[in-house]
Ligand binder design. Sequence first.
Ligand code: ADP
Ligand code: TRP
Length: 328
Amino acid sequence: MKTFLSGIQPSGLLHLGNYFGAIRQHVQSTAEPGEHFYFIADYHALTTVKDAQRLRELVRETAITYLACGLDPEKAVLFRQSDVPEVTEISWLLSTVSGMGLLERAHSYKDKLANGIKPSVGLFTYPILMAADILAYDSDIVPVGKDQVQHVEMTQDMAGYFNSAYGSEVFRRPEMRLQKSETMQKVPGIDGQKMSKSYGNDLWIFEEGKALKKRVGKIVTDSRPPQEAKDPKELFVFDLLALFLTSEELQEWQDKVAQGGEEAPGYGHLKMRLKDAMEEYFAPARERRKELLANPKMVDDILAAGAAKARARAQSVRDRALQACGLR
Ligand code: ADP
Ligand code: TRP
């Protein structure tokens, strides 16, 4: 039986990029036969969130988001990363077989440096903790977004280093499963750059009503009038609409924009279509979120049950690793 595992950091409210690039894939994978582990990477979030109360709230919000978006706790083990402290032990073991060079090559680390972030040691060793997350559950398949590919490759390397150092198959080599749809791999934000919490250009999946209207209204456009014919490929609002509309409807809007003239929709019109489509798409999940917010005990119970199952698995892998390297 295959084990699926993935996680997401509770570093902010989840946006369209997080949903279409990660969460949707996680939830869909649970329909496949196998064991499914999904977790909230709160140890990882400490590299950016430095406010205890906010972190607690975000962990809860992320758990609720998973559940509201359809993750069934009967089919998947949903848990908090820090409820399984064994991963930090495994992380130490992996750090002793991983070269500095491997970590220095990490794109996400280099990007953060290039953006002027003063790195902590934790940010540098982030991929080791992520490898521990994956290896601790004998994961076979790791569904991830494009930007996490290198981290999974590093995990494969670390498993290999450890196994060859101790001459046994302690860690199982995981394979990744990448989001295939290009539309979903790189969802643009309201400024046309990649949508990201850290760029302040995101659309929260549960935004609605006036607030959503206001946010969608901020999608960057130019001052050309609706009548002027335009190349739809130049308008990233279509990349957002493509997430929700049928291909027929999308094509109709694009044709009208390409033709221009009196029939052509203006930018405001396209933005309103996006608002309505997004609101409608997430309506059932928004309702479930409200129910879950009103029922904190249920969420706590799901996370506690998940932690117990996840921890039992990680303990046996940890014991195997300690045994192999002479600490037992
Ligand atoms: P953020 O950039 O907002 O901090 P994260 O780095 O926490 O997002 O990403 C969490 C998950 O969401 C990752 O698996 C990543 O691949 C996915 N993801 C983030 N932004 C996007 C995006 N704009 N398009 C597609 N997937 C995204
Ligand atoms: N690094 C991932 C992200 O930023 C979150 C994560 C932590 C993760 N540990 C993981 C994803 C293990 C998959 C497997 O989205």
